[in-house]
Design a protein around this ligand. Structure first.
Ligand code: ADP
Ligand code: ZN
Ligand code: ZN
Length: 731
């Protein structure tokens, strides 16, 4: 380029590149994609060269300071992808590009050690103070070994603040380690041979090959767990590698284990892992060898979708419905959409694999935007366990009490235990009861900082806010009317445990939730009891919904299938369906078969009925019809704008002024605006939260309006505005 000027995209929330002069002393001819250091106000910043303007800018400009390394870090294709990410999720080009390159590549001196956290050997007796702290602590206790801080925080969706508090309070210890470069390697050979494919797998592979050849480039590979999806991925990858191209395999952070990596490495030795458990230096090395063309297959979490392979042939996104693919923080991109877009632009294919695909993906396949491949059967054709639905309203009428365990569930449980088998009882709520109310005046006990009902923990004799973690003593009588007796209802795991012990005192009962699981020993004992057969009944929260695979478990009780319905989230039915499908997968893993009992007050709700009959097609049909009726995704696109801070007046005023501007700028025919209104959790830790929801077929006008508003508004500690395009979290 002969221009004397370069445009540099900087990682600032201002979406235009800045023009700088190119001094002769840079050494190498400057190209787009080069990383450069530039003066910016009183600071220095690094960014990427994105263009060379023909004409000098009308004002005086400063020169580029230096060039990070002789080769450009990003090629034109990745620059263009970054532009698209910025346009789609409303961040600046510079912010998007910055997120595409690992820190270790960008930094001059990279860290060769990595911060790890582990649970203290003797933590304080009481539970950690806040929900976030508890999530972090639980994850560490469960891991039982040091966990890399970055991957820990990503996994539990927490920031470093609560971790720091845990360290101060003596729950957690932090150390720096030289990471084991082979941490993601496993010596075992998990079967390197190609298997003879089943006819379904053959058909799926043909569909994928067609996508490698021509649009549409995306394929939904829909198949139950154990149906042989991974085998299909491996074959499709072998195809593109044989053609001299590369593949990227994305898995949710939690699924990225040495076993996963080993299965791919056994077939593809030229494999690189991009993962936060690696030190910056190792990640940087992996990234550079990918860019140098030394790698055939990249395995990684979300951000590996930007891996700088030279000739992309295939992207596999396993468990495509997982919310971990959406980044909750700028840029708020969704790796699934990036994968499909990248495949389209680079003449590659993208496989979205899942046993329970998201409605967005199902709809795209139905309307022909994605190809569809199905693996309807498990490889070993073990039947799925029958599901019995119990109508709890009827149960209440018949038994004249407020039942926790229905007669059907109690019977199934007793019979299983009598046969020497085991039972899991699942409920997504810890604590004893979730609502405390005055019998006389209807006063409800709420957290002062969050205005949310507090959960009663009977063993500790306290009421706890599950949003902020604050605890209070429970009053003896109603503090409002000073005479009324308090009434506790809304069942939690602690109450179920009490109920099972009371009704069936001869059984051996264990509970697995974050109140009970304080140390690694607690986990070992709970799981050990299940494996050895000592435990008859294990009661637990989501901790037991995924992954537990004990052949002697033959009965699963879902104590309350309705919990997702209480949250104002248009994906409530989808969540319920996914959860029941996953939970059902825990039963009947062994030759004895199994049975699932689902308790609900909504027995005719289609999400529950369809999960019980394993009728996915009907679920999709009904859920899509409901979404169409209400104009929710996939029939529209959403933008969620959250205003949070204090004082309350300032938050409301900001939300109202944004709302007014949006209302003036956006024609109601094209964009429907809901709000401003209170966010589902309106007050959290004395900070108030307002939200506006925008719904449109086409988000372009919304983006055009929002972008300058976002650039003009300066978030402060007191008040922040968060704009989330295509949100996955609605609370
Ligand atoms: P998924 O990824 O859908 O859970 P996998 O690919 O892991 O399924 O397959 C489940 C099991 O079946 C694995 O043990 C795998 O080795 C085996 N398997 C897959 N395909 C075949 C096949 N065509 N013939 C025999 N075994 C197979
Ligand atoms: Zn009262
Ligand atoms: Zn609270």
């Amino acid at each position: 380029m002969n221009s004397a000027f370069a445009e540099v995209a900087l990682p600032l929330p201002i979406d235009h590149p800045f023009t700088y002069g190119i001094p002769p002393r840079l050494g190498v001819p400057l190209r787009v994609g080069h990383r450069v250091k530039v003066p910016f106000r009183a600071r220095e910043l690094s960014g990427f060269v994105v263009d060379f303007p023909k004409h000098p800018p009308p004002m005086e400009i400063r020169d580029i300071k230096s060039i990070a390394e002789p080769e450009p870090l990003l090629d034109e294709k990745l620059l263009e992808l970054g532009r698209w990410v910025a346009d789609t999720w409303l961040c600046s080009w510079g912010q998007a590009l910055d997120a595409m390159v690992p820190a270790g590549v960008k930094r001059a001196t990279v860290r060769r050690t990595i911060a790890v956290a582990r649970a203290a050997a003797t933590p304080p007796g009481a539970a950690p103070k806040t929900e976030a702290q508890r999530r972090i602590f639980d994850a560490l206790v469960r891991a039982g070994e040091p966990v890399v801080v970055s991957s820990l925080l990503d996994r539990v969706k927490a920031t470093s603040g609560p971790l720091t508090s845990l360290v101060k309070a003596g729950y957690v210890e932090i150390a720096r380690q030289v990471p084991d470069t082979d941490a993601m390697d496993l010596d075992v050979d998990p079967g390197a041979q190609d298997l003879a494919l089943t006819p379904d797998q053959e058909q799926a592979l043909r569909t994928i090959r067609a996508a490698v050849g021509a649009a549409p480039r995306g394929v939904l590979l829909h198949g139950v767990t154990g149906s042989g999806k991974t085998e299909v991925y491996l074959r499709a990858i072998a195809d593109v590698v044989a053609a001299g191209r590369q593949a990227i395999v994305l898995v949710p952070e939690i699924a990225l284990t040495p076993q996963t990596v080993a299965r791919f490495r056994a077939r593809f030795p030229r494999l690189a892992v991009l993962h936060s458990v690696l030190a910056e230096s190792d990640r940087a090395r992996a990234w550079r060898s990918i860019r140098a063309g030394e790698i055939d297959v990249v395995v990684g979490a979300r951000s590996a979708v930007f891996a700088p392979v030279r000739s992309l042939g295939l992207i596999v996104l396993d468990e495509e419905h997982e919310h971990a693919y959406k980044q909750e923080g700028d840029p708020r991109y969704h790796a699934r959409d990036v994968a499909v877009r990248r495949a389209e632009r680079e003449g590659a294919a993208a496989i979205l694999g899942s046993a329970t695909p998201s409605l967005e993906t199902v709809h795209a396949a139905r309307t022909g935007r994605l190809r569809l491949a199905r693996l309807p059967r498990r490889i070993e054709e073990r039947p799925l366990p029958p599901v019995e639905i119990v109508d709890m309203a009827e149960e209440r009428r018949d038994t004249k009490r407020y039942p926790i365990l229905s007669r059907a569930l109690e019977q199934a449980l007793k019979k299983a235990v009598a046969r020497g088998e085991q039972v899991l009882l699942f409920l997504n709520r810890r604590g004893y009861t979730t609502i405390t109310r005055c019998k006389r005046c209807e006063w409800v006990f709420r957290c002062k900082r969050c205005e949310i009902t507090v959960t009663f923990h009977k063993a500790e004799g306290i009421a706890e806010c599950h949003t902020c973690g604050a605890t209070q003593k429970l009053p003896d009588v109603c503090p409002a009317c000073r005479v009324g007796e308090l009434w506790h209802f809304g069942v939690g795991t602690e109450k179920i445990e009490e109920e099972v012990r009371r009704r069936l005192p001869e059984l051996s009962v264990a509970r697995m939730d974050s109140d009970r699981m304080r140390t690694r020993k607690d986990y070992r004992e709970a799981l050990g009891g299940l494996w050895s057969g000592d435990t008859d009944v294990l009661i637990g929260t989501q901790m037991i919904a995924k992954g537990l695979d004990v052949p002697n478990v033959t009965v699963i009780g879902v104590v309350n299938a309705d919990t997702a319905f209480y949250l104002p989230d248009f994906r409530a039915s989808e969540r319920t369906f996914h959860l029941l499908t996953q939970v059902s997968g825990r039963a009947g893993r062994g030759p004895k078969g199994g049975k699932v009992v689902v308790q609900t007050f909504n027995p005719r709700h289609f999400a529950i009925a369809c999960a019980a009959s394993y009728d996915e097609e009907q679920f999709f049909e009904k859920e899509l019809a409901a979404r169409r009726e209400l104009g929710f995704p996939p029939y529209s696109r959403l933008v969620r704008i959250v205003f949070q801070g204090a004082p309350e007046k300032a938050v409301i005023a900001t939300a109202e002024s944004w709302s007014q501007k949006l209302g003036e700028a956006l024609p109601p025919m094209l964009v429907s605006k809901l709000g401003p209104g209170k966010a589902p959790f309106y007050k959290v830790r004395n900070r108030y939260r307002m939200q506006i929801l925008l719904k449109a077929q086409d988000l372009d006008p919304v983006r055009k309006t929002l972008k300058p508003m976002m650039e003009k508004f300066k978030s402060t500690r007191k008040l922040q505005v968060i704009v989330d395009v295509d949100p996955v979290s609605m609370v």
